[in-house]
Design a protein. Sequence first.
Length: 442
Amino acid sequence: MKAGIFHYKMGTDGVSLEIRKRAKILKKLGLKPYFIAGEGDADFIIPEISTANRSIMRFNSYAFDGEDENKVKKIFNRLERKAEKNLSKVFEELKPGFIIVHNMFSMAYNLPASYALMRIIQQRNIKTEAVHHDFWWDRKIFKSHLFFIRDLMLDILPPNIPQIVSHVVINSIERERLLRRRGIKAKIFGDLFEFEEPDGHSKEKIKKLLKLKSEVIFLQATRIVKRKAIEVSIDLVSEFKKMSGKNAVIVLTNPPEKYIDREYLEVLKEYAKERGVKLIEAYRIAKSLAFFEFYKIADFALYPTVKEGFGNQFLEATYYKVLPIVFEYEVFRKDLKKEGYKYISLGQRYKSANGMVKISEKRLHKAAKKVLYYIKHPKRYKEAVEMNYRIASKYHSPAVLENYYALLLTSIKMEKALYNLKDIINLPKTKWNDKIKKIIRI
């Protein structure tokens, strides 16, 4: 069976990485996964479903900042027809028996594409899993004055249609919100504890490429966007340098986003200069290396993000056995903290000042002191990262998701087989559907 996997883009962001992990599981179960995206490294590229499409960006400015409802409706209808036309071509060529939609049914980056995809799923009656890594109601940018846009988001994000046989979220908070807001029950599958294995580049070679010697290396392996609060990393490293007298740097592994918070990197550079902290743009200096290669040289992994759907970079750090430094965001407190990891805490409270996230001096000092403790006690460091690895292996193993997919796909095949019997068993259609629903339980 062919499986179509849909997302706005296929890149190196957390969602794309998780998609690839899940595709491996589908392959293992005998499916042939195909990536369909608006941009990036995909089997099928449909520009109309991208978030970076100029027409969509223009539509979004009218939809979320404008006042002209009729104009927005007219543009929406035109873009939706175009998206549906090009999506239909892919469905005709691929003929998938099962599809997985990532974030297109939970985020409002491209409403015409989301609506078009929903219509095709209904028309073709394709069994679908909707995976929601994030939700539009958590993002301020998706507030609109227009009734048409608000009603559209409430109606289709996510759609409550029978073709979607499974809704999946990545944390317990969103499961509760989805049930409360839309009456939709969802399963929880967080990010998977499975990452790429670094290749032959040695630690020494990578440090030489980045012109590093004996510095304490703090790795910032997140995207460079404001909600990652990278200025907190700068404050922490500044405090650590002042306290310890040691030389330390922050290594940035991922390039800045093209269309989101484009000015943020320059703000960070200026701020780092003020605080006496060196930022190393590893993605630019060592272009041939994948971001996960830099974990080889890391002493600590920085994760000061104030809002996160789950915690992919946190699991990365545990996988590559680097001790994480974490701001305890809401999902971390609710779902990850209870699993028992060792980490350096940046606390649970922050303030915003001049567009920057600020942690109290007392908390920064405490975290910097803990960093110094682990540097002085390498045995304790090793014990902590080994323990983290064992915990993550237990709670986030791909085997759990593999079992779920095996059951889901079996139920889809069984349902199809049962429907093929409808002409043999003489039951009214409504009774027949009721019987199948009782037999099929996922």
